[in-house]
Design a protein. Sequence first.
Length: 639
Amino acid sequence: MGMRVLVVEDDLIMTDAITRSLSEHHYAVDTAEDGAIGWECVESATYDLILIDVGLPKLDGITLCQRIRDRGCGTPILLMTAKDDSTYRIRGLDSGADDYLAKPFDLGELQARVRALLRRGTVAASPILTVGKLQLDPRSCQVTYAEKLLPLTPKEYSLLELFLRHPTRVFSCGDIIEHLWTFDDPPQEESVKSHIKGLRQKLKAGGAADWIENVYGLGYRLREGIEANQEQSTQSYGNQLAQLWEQYRGLMEERFAVLQQAAHTYPLSIELRSAAESAAHKLAGVLGMFDRDEGTQIARQLEKQFGEQAELPTEEVRSLVQRLGNILNLSTPVETSGSPVNPSKIDNFESEALQNRRDSKPSLRSWTVLAVDDDPVILATLKQILEPWGMCLTGIDNPLQFWTVLSTINPDLLILDVEMPHMNGVALCQAIRANPTWQSLPIVFLTAHQDTATVQQIFAAGADDYVVKPIVGQELLSRLTQRLERLRLLQTLSSKDSITGLANQFYSSQAIEAQFRHHQTTHLAILYIPTLRQINIQQGHTIGNQILKQTGQCLQSSFYNGEILGYWGSGEFVIASFQTTKASIQQQLSEVVAMLQRQDSDTPNLVYHFVVVNYPTDGLTLRSLYQTASLCLEGSIHE
């Protein structure tokens, strides 16, 4: 299958057996040899399934499972243990595991349990994924259209399965890369497009033409799945909007009551005028989302009137309020007694939908979005729009809770309202930009104001973008997706070398130093191309870069048992291994060099040297190990 799986197991033989079995069924498998490394993997990537051994070093499996669930991650978890004891089973399931498998187990049973766990929450209860005449069988890894077998490559199969399991989801190239490739197998975006093209051609050849749709500016989705359910989806979305309207009808009436009372009160108190301006502002921000555009325009006129930016006659104000009442479709007029409506009732209106958030996040990569808006209708609508597109929304309607929630969920993107009680959104944005921890957090504003002064204030405070209320779903999705894709690119650029595809010096150094704290023995190898500069001068950097790229790919295909691979520049590649012997690494590097020299037999002056040193024998720090290795390399070069 094309799903991504994490195996956390300290027994190398067991890890190898499970990895081979899963890889044969087209799973992309990452491995971790202790609970601490497993936790790091969970924090840095999104998996469809996690297999955890109970008896792990550093952090035991049950504690790791609890920590994953405390993080809010709903990915299916399968616990494995050699202790077939009911106490362990109970503790494991109580910690949040979805299933339990006692060692020794049959790999066929493991595969069946994996398929069962991955079926949860997918588009079909049957193990066979079916859309029209197209069928994908995860058990046999075969795809048919009109009962005719389609000869797909493993990656084409993985792509199709991803689309079939999530037929209404649009996947960007970044989503696809993160979901179907492992840490040690990162492709370029052009490679994804090539696989998409190949899948389209084979589907078309089998009779399923134009099934993969390119959604401009967003990514790819299953066109046939969308069309097959278009009427149902449209009806479903309409029903959801109707439910939201009914859910917040009481809140709409509260706001309208403030406007009605203000329109029939003379003279207006400062408090009532302010409450009326706020109520009109909030109605202007949401009515358009419920196809009541005229209501938005009227509410904006009333906002200006009560904000003393307009001087309409009293009868015209009352007429506008009456028209707004008709648009709100209130069955009976809201009574306006002489006592003023308490504005705090509006701000304290709690959204039941927000209080009853989903207990788990989807197993697909889910961008974490934090929205701060004192209007619960906006928050509920944002949730409705964003979550089907892989964005997990946390909404808070009390801005005073912002800093606590921010540090708790660590969002990928922040949505802010401009005008909120107790705290101004623009001032909050300025405070975020002044905080070193959060100054690079993408910030998008929602505002009902379109005037130049407000827009200038927003960008001067450090915002990345803004969207005008009432929200248009497609525009909001497009703007947020652009910001998140840019964030994904920056994260990749900050950790990866663009030519070799390996971790850069900073990122790989941190990873190696972290491993020193967990392992008694570590082997550090340096593979060096001393003639790279000469090749760049004589044949050009295009040839030199090609050699670097081939070297990185060859190392990735040769070292796949948890080694840390990095490129440190100037022709230096670094390999850190914790699971093998010095002689074994030397043998692997000899084979890598021989393979590379065969590939570039026509390149003169191409020379490779390598050396392997040992921690702690040859050095107690990464710096001292590197110095020892460099001295050895210099000696071998001058021999």
